[in-house]
Design a protein around this ligand. Structure first.
Ligand code: PDD
Length: 286
């Protein structure tokens, strides 16, 4: 089946979509992106994704090539051109094509690219049994709040997890939890949900916000604060969250069981609330 992509103003088959080798996204990783989950053909939390996109564009000093209403229209059109009910929309904006020079070109036109594929959320087996993770030092740059396409640090870290047969790598900077290579991380201690604060050291996850909102609305005690490594290693539960993983329990960390080595009670509660929330939001949008 031919997948349809969007590139610089036109919809075309994905394999026909091409950019110049001088595109600054290719040469420098000079661009930003978003991944938006789509349930029953409706983009989940689209305004929040577009607002994070604006934050990333501002951070790299690149003008937004489109107003939010135009993004919304194009994203809905892309979704409509695909057959799947649940999709994952990827969009990327780079600083465009220019002669290679680190400093910004004066008059390049941003390259705008979008594609959509099936949304593959974790299997029931992974949700029921949890996943293994490893840990590593977070050696990425100090602007992790920018959803930049320069992902070499994240790719190297994620590969170290894959090499170890793990699903993710939980990262520590200066002895404290930041996030994982492509997810945010939550910790449960003594019935309290702990989340690292939103700052330049982590991506402000859209799923992270949903989890905190759900926890708060349901009276689950929570704290957003700096979490020392020792508190992570001795936690009762660890979860990872992202638009594609939703909420997933971590049952071993560096080969050692977390808590009882099974998904914890608070995870099961939040997971059910998350699924319920998704359905409610999608019904409302219908
Ligand atoms: N990654 N932290 C990092 C480093 C991420 O790359 C992601 C998402 C998250 C979670 O953010 P959200 O809940 O908004 O998906 C946190 C996406 C899915 C990706 O790069 O494919």
């Amino acid at each position: 089946m031919t997948e349809i992509a969007y590139l610089n103003g036109e919809f075309l088959p994905l394999e026909k979509a091409q950019v110049s080798v001088l595109d600054r996204g290719f040469i420098f990783g000079d661009g930003v992106y978003e991944v938006i989950p789509v349930y029953s053909r409706r983009p989940f939390r689209l305004p929040e994704h577009l607002s994070r996109l604006q934050h990333s564009l501002d951070a790299i000093r690149l003008g937004n090539p489109m107003a939010d209403a135009d993004w919304t229209r194009l994203i809905l059109e892309l979704i409509g051109r695909h057959t799947g009910e649940d999709q994952s929309v990827y969009l990327q904006i780079t600083r465009g094509v220019a002669k290679r020079d680190h400093a910004f070109p004066k008059d390049s036109k941003p390259t705008v690219f979008m594609m959509s594929g099936p949304l593959v959320t974790p299997s029931k087996d992974l949700v029921d049994n949890g996943v293994p993770c490893i840990t590593a030092i977070d050696y990425r740059w100090l602007k992790c709040d920018v959803k930049s396409v320069s992902l070499l640090g994240n790719c190297l870290l994620r590969q170290s997890a894959a090499d170890a047969g793990a699903v993710e790598v939980v990262l520590f900077r200066d002895g404290c939890l930041t996030e994982a290579s492509a997810s945010n991380v939550f910790v449960v201690r003594d019935g309290r949900l702990l989340a690292p604060p939103k700052n330049h050291l982590i991506l402000p996850g859209i799923t992270y916000d949903v989890v905190l909102e759900i926890a708060s609305a349901n009276g689950i005690p929570l704290e957003s604060r700096i979490i020392p490594e020792q508190e992570v290693r001795t936690a009762q539960e660890i979860w990872i969250t992202s638009s594609t993983k939703e909420v997933l329990p971590v049952t071993t960390l560096d080969g050692r069981p977390m808590g009882e080595g099974r998904p914890g009670a608070l995870f099961r509660r939040i997971y059910a609330l998350y699924q319920h929330y998704k359905q409610t939001v999608m019904r409302r949008a219908a």
